[in-house]
Ligand binder design. Structure first.
Ligand SMILES: *Cc1c(COP(=O)(O)O)cnc(C)c1O
Length: 408
């Protein structure tokens, strides 16, 4: 065989994100299909024993076994990497397994991670519980105070981990500033880009080394599958993560990869539309007498509004949180439950990134495993409601929320 590499789609070098989103992947198979095929096969056949040996020795790139290589998964990986502006990507079974792979691949006992205290709760549990058990140390710092990150650096710091904006408070971190701290100290910066996706924010442009995704959210975009990914340099993906995928098997299934691959084709227009609707809803919520405070990066009242607009291509994203009026935790919770329970359009679910607008009470769902003190320290009160705006008509969502707000 003369071809030692798996071939690429022949696209001009300068095509833009929207074109990559519908075309990057693998060349069509011998049948010339226009829509990407779903390769439901566990293994691949070699023409002869010598070729099999060359492929197993990594002398020739080929599909071997779907625990670590599958064409549908490769198409999703190449497309997402291209959209993030990164060299390479590795798909994983879930967003959490992407973070597990990140830590397994980069760190060893005695290494230190600095992580925002406002990241996805399960990420905090993974680092502070499961990985602490194996001797990986973590320090959790303010999402927005860059000096706290700087002060937390130790000689054994290898990784900084951030997420922006965060859930449910939509706090925004300065990705460039964190990348500078990481690089000045021989560490890497990983950014969980779940909330904005490359359609609104490309962390590599601000110096991030690794991008984490929960494909379960906006990348799929229609609430169908669990999926995850890490985007990084060819070197990191090939040397650190691919061998671990082969031995650990937190594999993305071809079917889930295919669903995400097709989701990426509409990511940009969905993100724009959902973000626009969220902006309308957030401005309206700010005007409501029964709403005490609204958290949304697109509002002028947001503490990091300007930074968010610069980092997120002028978009606020699709997640809006607000605090319902009412003094005290008990009244706050009762009022928030009333608003949630009065909806007839929104789906009451903690998931987000769906075309269907979802509503949840963070203190008793996504953040229920924290103590009340930890919740309050994080700014999550009992009166808070989070809305992840989908593609419903925003007027219907206003009416849906007003049904509860006007009867408090
Ligand atoms: C949901 C989520 C994850 C975890 O992803 P799963 O696909 O559910 O494992 C990680 N980070 C953020 C920001 C998330 O919202």
């Amino acid at each position: 065989m003369t071809d030692k590499k798996i071939p690429r789609v022949q696209l001009p070098d300068d095509v833009r994100l929207d074109t990559l989103a519908v075309r990057e992947g693998l060349p069509a198979s011998a049948w010339g299909e226009n829509s990407e095929a779903l390769f439901l096969t566990s293994s691949f056949v070699h023409p002869d024993a010598a070729t099999a040996a060359a492929r197993f020795a990594n002398e020739q790139e080929a599909f071997i076994y779907s625990r670590f290589t599958n064409p549908t998964v490769t198409m999703m990986e190449r497309r997402l990497a291209a959209m993030e502006g990164m060299q390479a990507c590795i798909g994983t079974a879930s967003g959490m397994s992407a973070i597990m792979l990140l830590v397994l691949g980069l760190l060893k006992a005695g290494d230190h991670v600095i992580c925002s205290q406002s990241v996805f709760g399960t990420t905090i549990r993974l680092l502070s519980g499961d990985f602490a058990k194996f001797g990986v140390e973590s320090t959790f710092v303010s999402q927005t105070d860059v000096n706290e990150w700087r002060r937390a650096v130790r000689p054994n710091t290898k990784l900084l981990f951030a997420e922006s904006p965060t859930n449910p408070l939509t706090e925004v971190c300065d990705i460039r500033a964190l990348a500078d701290i990481a690089h000045a100290n021989n560490a890497l910066l990983a950014v969980d880009n779940c909330f904005c996706t490359p359609a609104l924010q490309r962390p590599v442009e601000y110096g991030a080394d690794l991008i984490i995704h929960s494909g379960t959210k906006y990348l799929d975009g229609q609430g169908r599958v669990i999926a995850g990914a890490i985007c990084a340099s060819d070197e990191l993906i090939n040397d650190r993560f691919a061998p671990l995928m082969r031995s650990c098997g937190m594999t993305l299934s071809p079917f889930n990869a295919w669903v995400v691959l097709k989701g990426l084709e509409t990511l940009s227009i969905r993100m724009q539309a959902q973000s626009q609707r969220a902006g309308v809803l957030a401005s309206w919520l700010e005007q409501q007498a029964q709403v005490e405070r609204v958290y949304y990066p697109g509002l002028k009242s947001h503490p990091q509004h300007e930074l968010a607009m610069a980092q997120q291509s002028g978009n606020g994203g699709a997640v809006v949180s607000f605090i319902v009026r009412g003094k005290g935790a008990d009244i706050g919770r009762k009022n928030a439950f009333h608003v949630v329970d009065s909806t007839r359009v929104c789906s009451i679910t903690a998931n987000l990134g769906d075309t269907k607008t979802t509503i949840t009470h963070p203190a008793s769902t996504t953040h229920a495993r924290l103590t009340e003190e930890q919740r309050l320290a994080a700014g999550i009160t009992q009166g808070m409601v989070r809305v992840a705006v989908g593609l419903d008509d925003v007027e219907d969502i206003k009416t849906d929320l007003l049904r509860g707000l006007s009867t408090l």
